[in-house]
Design a protein around this ligand. Structure first.
Ligand SMILES: C[S@@+](CC[C@H](N)C(=O)[O-])C[C@H]1O[C@@H](n2cnc3c(N)ncnc32)[C@H](O)[C@@H]1O
Length: 216
């Protein structure tokens, strides 16, 4: 049995709590923004062995490119339950597993690509989680992230810092994560950052693990 630290248990129970209403809560943003951004991300996947971290209720499953092997993990069993149902409905062969991104049980270099969408806002220690992606993706492999981040504007940024503790307790994600910086701190090489929403609120981050280096 896996033993989690306090912050990870809290994250898990928050997502277990909101799992039944998660899709409903996100329906409007999904329809008018997230879906478009998912459609932008998935065709960029460069490889056949794919890991999706923080699969949630499985909203990316319908976007997986045909003919590739996807393994997808999440910390919340209740979110995963929904992903399983969605996978069945879509007749997808995705391999779904309960796992903490901060302690992946896969061997080094097991995947060509790792993908996460709106996940590193919630992982308690994002640098540790990103380092784990760097470990399980082969040297020179790709890491694709879709993330909302702290806006780099004095007033809005400070407001995001102020409201962050309430949003975390209520919903699970942090609204003031500096994910581009965290990707660098994890020892990954940033290839490209694309701003998708005004003020750089949502970004598509394309990074690579360093050649000849396993484990970041
Ligand atoms: C905001 S939801 C996003 C779900 C999905 N990726 C999407 O695009 O709809 C964040 C997800 O990350 C998962 N998560 C948070 N911390 C995690 C961790 N340490 N390991 C694995 N999954 C985690 C949560 O359980 C939740 O399902």
């Amino acid at each position: 049995m896996t033993v989690y630290d306090k912050a990870t248990i809290q994250t898990q129970s928050r997502y277990n709590r909101i799992a039944p209403v998660y899709d409903l809560m996100e329906a409007i943003v999904e329809r008018f923004a997230f879906r478009r951004w998912r459609e932008k991300l998935w065709p960029q996947v460069d490889g056949n062995r794919i890991l999706e971290v923080g699969v949630g209720t499985g909203k990316n499953i319908s976007h997986y490119p045909r003919g590739i092997q996807v393994t997808a993990v999440d910390l919340s069993d209740k979110m995963l339950e929904r992903a399983r149902r969605r996978a069945q409905e879509l007749d997808s062969e995705v391999d779904l597993r309960l796992m903490d991104a901060q302690r992946l049980t896969f061997p080094d270099a097991a995947f060509d690509v790792a993908v996460a969408t709106f996940v590193f806002c919630s992982v308690p220690d994002p640098v540790l989680g990103l380092r784990e992606l760097g470990r399980v993706v082969r040297p020179g492999g790709q890491i694709l992230l879709l993330e909302h981040v702290r806006v780099n504007k004095p007033v809005i940024g400070k407001l995001m810092d102020l409201f962050d503790p309430f949003v975390v307790r209520l919903m699970g994600p942090h609204i003031n994560r500096r994910t581009v910086e965290n990707v660098r701190k994890a020892g990954l090489e940033i290839e490209r950052v694309e701003e998708l929403a005004p003020g750089g609120l949502v970004k598509l981050i394309v990074a690579r693990t360093k050649h000849g280096q396993i484990g970041g």
